[in-house]
Write a protein that binds this ligand. Structure first.
Ligand code: NAD
Length: 266
């Protein structure tokens, strides 16, 4: 049985991951952390139908007690979908307790080196700004298209729900990185206003509204034609399913940071 702890347990992603763990015959939830509704049975949180199956009688623990509780429950893996400030501390607590990590929190750019330093050689970890199979294939398609038409004008557009905190999305930033690497570096321009003539940049645009789960579109615009490569997530299950898959994979992975492309064998 793979024992799992979840941080951000009452969030949109955390609660769905707890449902997935509950439904997985080879997994058992042993700890769940958040900063609100402490003591609430998991599955009763917002945004989940919470079957509770497999979640046993696990209740939400105070995130400030993560060190002590990881030591007493000894999970095999910690799955974190929280906020960047919290994720760094959660990673540290996991490493101190020898717990493998699946990290899905986005907006980690300012903490990337710190997190890599904490994990280095201590535990296996999968860190990905997007755990969906489709988005990982989307990034591969972008690299392939860029190899042929990297000299066309390239714009990235991402659309998310009104509650998303960071912008542009981690997925859009990875798309820019994939394209940029393929053509040896490009300036990134975030939105445009006023006099803003196009240069040789990649434009990145973030739209927020309603309950849109996550759309990403990359426009390659040439003279007289264009190609659009687009991914749309219909449900958060696309991410939750990938995170659970990564949690199984990471247990046999070498210590250090891995990407979702390794989990999927892409
Ligand atoms: N990698 C992916 O595939 C993927 C997919 C979707 C969302 N995300 C990212 O996952 C993160 C969470 O997204 P969400 O939509 O579930 O957000 P959310 O706001 O619904 O949930 C975040 C949860 O974390 C809790 N939290 C805050 N500080 C905490 C702490 N110190 N310890 C424990 N819990 C804490 C909050 O109370 C909340 O319940 C965001 O960064 C989002 O961009 C990543």
């Amino acid at each position: 049985m793979i024992t799992v702890a979840v941080t951000g347990a009452l969030g949109r992603m955390g609660s769905l991951i707890i449902e997935n763990v509950g439904d997985a015959p080879d997994m058992e939830l042993v700890a769940a952390f958040d900063i609100r509704d402490i003591g609430m049975p998991v599955g009763a949180g917002t945004g989940t139908t919470g079957t509770g199956a497999g979640a046993g009688d696990v209740r939400v623990s105070d995130a400030s007690e993560i060190g002590t509780l990881l030591a007493s429950t000894s999970p095999d893996v910690l799955i974190d979908f929280t906020i960047p400030d919290a994720a760094v501390g959660n990673v540290r607590a996991a490493v101190e307790n020898g717990v493998a990590i699946v990290l899905g929190t986005t907006g980690l750019e300012p903490y990337q080196d710190e997190i890599a330093g904490i994990i280095a050689g201590s535990v296996p970890a999968v860190i990905a700004p997007n755990f969906s199979v489709g988005v990982n294939v989307f990034w591969k398609l972008l690299a392939e298209a860029t190899a042929y038409i990297g000299d066309w004008d390239i714009e990235i557009l991402e659309v998310h729900h009104r509650h998303k905190k960071d912008a542009p999305s981690g997925t859009a930033m990875r798309a820019a990185d994939v394209i940029s690497k393929e053509i040896g570096g490009k300036e990134l321009v975030y939105g445009r206003e006023g006099l803003a003539p196009r240069g040789d940049e990649i434009g990145i645009h973030a739209i927020r509204g309603g309950d849109i789960i996550g759309d990403h579109l990359v426009l390659f615009a040439g003279d007289g034609e264009r190609i659009e490569i687009k991914h749309q997530a219909h449900s958060r299950q696309a991410f939750a399913g990938g995170a659970v898959k990564a949690a199984r994979w990471v247990l046999d992975a070498p210590k250090g940071v891995h990407g979702m492309e390794e989990v999927l064998g892409l």
